[in-house]
Design a protein around this ligand. Structure first.
Ligand SMILES: [Zn+2]
Length: 366
């Protein structure tokens, strides 16, 4: 705009002067340049105004935006970015963990949002697992559900086993495998007489599971499997994230260890339930990992032992190295496609066989 003013001022200043032909010619030249500048400035100003207007008004109905956004998200499945869907929902107040009632069986309410989100999830499978709200909630206030399978009252448990799925919300198969194993644990206790107390938490990260697209991280953009209080977390976890992952938003360890309600809940289980074994289910690397002092299982079904390494803030690192509680980490081959039923059974059989051989009642090392 300033150029346009300058051009006009120059032109006006020349107007009453110079009546000779040469002067007129010069005046015409200057006027031509001035006109060109005027047109150019007008175009720039017009474009600037148009851009500002279109940005400010966003003249699209809200429902249209919503639908468009959802479709776009569906198309971007697998490319989710952490922390993109955290607006507008405040963090839920922290709720103390309550003990599981004896006859807790409100499966429909727990399963409903998951079934709505994932058409591939079997209603029967989810409801048969008889998951109940634990009393703990995610960042967005979703209940974190659990299910205990224990020996009958009066019979002490020799071993306590914690099975955790969907620490990463975009690994649906990990949640479904845990649901499959609930009735198998019931059979192991009731029919085989195993004195094992199982605690299943199939979906530790319900916000990530329910997001569109599903996210590895929780609703605060934190990778829960980097948020556990391992030794020197404050130094190592941010350093690892910056140098090794190059600030990958899918792997942000969070602002502090146990900064998230989901990791706080699992940490509380590690203390209160005091498992002799943790089974942490993931996808899609197709391997078996192990942390802890025991002899690791060489295979579960078709998954073979292949140690992935030690990560600051991971559950395996925290449980296996910090607490000396063995952590079997299962990496299924696919995040959205379940293994065959025979493979689900084979993994379970191999897990029980390894427990029989290497876990002593009370957590000793064999
Ligand atoms: Zn994972």
């Amino acid at each position: 705009m300033s150029m346009m003013s300058m051009a006009m001022t120059t032109n006006t200043h020349m107007e009453p002067q110079m009546r000779t032909e040469a002067a007129v010619g010069r005046r015409k030249g200057i006027a031509g340049v001035g006109l060109a500048l005027l047109v150019w400035a007008g175009l720039v100003a017009g474009a600037w105004y148009w851009v500002q207007r279109s940005q400010e008004e966003a003249p699209v109905p809200l429902h249209h935006l919503h639908v468009e956004g959802a479709a776009q998200n569906e198309n971007q499945a697998g490319q989710e970015e952490a922390g993109t869907a955290t607006t507008s929902v405040a963090a839920a107040p922290e709720v103390p963990v309550i003990p599981l009632p004896e006859d807790a069986a409100v499966p429909a309410s727990v399963c409903a949002p998951w079934l709505q989100r994932w058409a591939a999830l079997s209603r029967t499978l989810c409801e048969q697992a008889q998951l109940a709200p634990s009393g703990a909630h995610s960042v967005r206030g979703q209940p974190i559900a659990w299910r205990d399978v224990a020996p009958p009252a009066g019979q002490a448990a020799d071993l306590r086993v914690l099975v955790v799925g969907a620490i990463h919300g975009d690994e649906l198969t990990s949640a479904v495998l845990a649901m499959h194993w609930v009735p198998m644990a019931q059979a192991a206790v009731a029919q085989d007489g195993r004195a094992v107390h199982w605690r299943f938490i199939p979906v530790l990260n319900p916000d990530g599971l329910l997001a569109r697209p599903a996210t590895r991280t929780n609703a605060s953009g934190v990778d829960l499997n980097r948020n556990f209080p391992t030794t020197d977390w404050e130094r190592d976890a941010p350093l690892y994230w910056e140098k090794r992952t190059r600030r990958d938003p899918r792997r942000w360890p969070g602002p502090a260890p146990l900064s998230e309600p989901e990791s706080q809940f699992l940490h509380a289980q590690m203390q209160a339930f005091a498992p002799d074994l943790v089974v942490s289910i993931h996808a899609p690397y197709g391997v078996l990992d192990f942390d802890g002092p025991q002899t690791p299982p060489q295979k579960l079904g078709q998954l073979h032992l292949d140690r992935l390494g030690v990560f600051p803030g991971s559950l395996g690192n925290y449980g296996g190295l910090h607490l000396n509680v063995p952590v079997v980490t299962i990496e299924l081959h696919h995040a959205l496609r379940m293994p065959a039923r025979a493979e689900i059974n084979a993994m379970w059989r191999d897990l029980l066989a390894w427990m029989d051989k290497h876990l002593q009642p009370g957590g000793g090392v064999l």
